[in-house]
Design a protein. Structure first.
Length: 116
């Protein structure tokens, strides 16, 4: 996928609007436009990586950073105490709909298992 056609890269560039929840030099978090829970936030790296299948050993600190942001953002919004779910969909069968690595942060209600 080309960065110029990637939906999330276009959000990062400001070409497509989003509701920012958090931003730092490595990542951007924003509200999902099709929320599956009362709180549904997407956390994306600013660097374009197609999917979890495409990360390298050099991306380990970035992946750790994204995961550490989940409780930080959940705390910021106020649903960390009651619990939350993090999901990284990978590939078509895994439910990935945008070819840019992203973490779903879901909370604000009791989440059932199995998810799908």
């Amino acid at each position: 996928m080309s960065e110029s056609t990637c939906l999330f890269c276009r959000i990062l560039s400001g070409e497509i609007p989003s509701t920012k929840v958090y931003e730092d030099r490595l990542a951007y978090a924003f509200n999902d436009i099709d929320p599956q829970a009362p709180n549904h936030i997407l956390i994306i790296p600013k660097e374009h990586i197609d999917s979890l299948n495409d990360v390298s050993q050099g991306d380990e600190s970035l992946l750790g950073h994204l995961l550490r942001l989940a409780p930080k953002v959940a705390n910021q919004i106020g649903f960390a105490e009651s619990g939350f779910r993090t999901v990284i969909n990978t590939g078509g069968d895994g439910g990935q709909s945008v070819e840019h690595l992203h973490l779903h942060l879901l909370g604000g209600r009791s989440l059932t298992w199995p998810p799908g």
